[in-house]
Design a binder for this molecule. Sequence first.
Ligand code: DGY
Length: 325
Amino acid sequence: FNCSLIMGKFKVLVANNTIPQIAHDLLKSECEVRVCEAEREQILQNIPGIDAMLWSSHLQLDKEMLDKAGPQLKVIGTMSAGYDNIDVEELKKRGIKFGNTPGVLDDAVADIAVLLILAASRRYIEGRQAIEDCSWSHKNGTQWLLGQDVSGATIGIVGLGGIGQAIAHRVKCFNVAKILYTGHKEKPEGKAIGAEFVSLDALLKNSDFVICSAPLTKETDKMFNAESFSKMKKTSIFVNVSRGALVNQPDLVRALKEKQIFAAGLDVMTPEPLPPDHELLRLSNCVIIPHLGSATWKTRNAMAERAAKNILNALKGEPMISPVV
Ligand code: DGY
């Protein structure tokens, strides 16, 4: 059999016209490829009759979309590690295979976590602002814009998956005192890194930096709320590189305004995009960037390649590299 002849009959919808070329090249070499913008209406228009879909979007991939696709849909590959916007139960029910792209973005997202740790603890936003509004003066003295040290700190990681582990490896180089982590269960990787498994409560109470790298699930939805922030140290810093919905955002705003915690560093928030007049942007102790965790050339290409390979493998009846279901 010539595999490409068999594959040639499969139609793949690339449901985002900004997906890196490498995915198009891989898919086109073996399938018929259709591309549309990552807009719900456009996807609904293009989805009928497809065998596979390469997905990269904040949109809801739900029952309506799957109904519109039709029963011949065999596989969906998302170009993301997270898939909280995808109805995985419905995919399972319909026997549609589904893969994501974990691992290849761990380093890039961990780098962004470090950027937020440093920018929030060393008051980057206030410093930059002080230059612009002419309040940088020799008269400010020795107590001006003092921050928190990473060296000697206790780092608490919520969710020690691939990203959490990559963050742990990085912060070790800052001579931290301790790394704590929490999650479903103790992990051998935690031991290997020298991180200590603790309850969420113990992590919140004892950490100087609380870093969220857990996926968004029913269980983790709004897990960081007024109660959590009240347990954290007044000098602590909260960093989120996961999903905005893990945080009760009004509670975080209050905690930052009332200086219940020292600062926050956020790559993710709700909603995304954040309106430019949002309160979070007015807080001098909040460093905020627009969901750039995986946004490097190398990482996005690797994600696109992985998503395309997941799809091709599934269409050939071979195991996906990173299957979810
Ligand atoms: C992911 O892969 O889930 C990242 O958030 C990139 O969007």
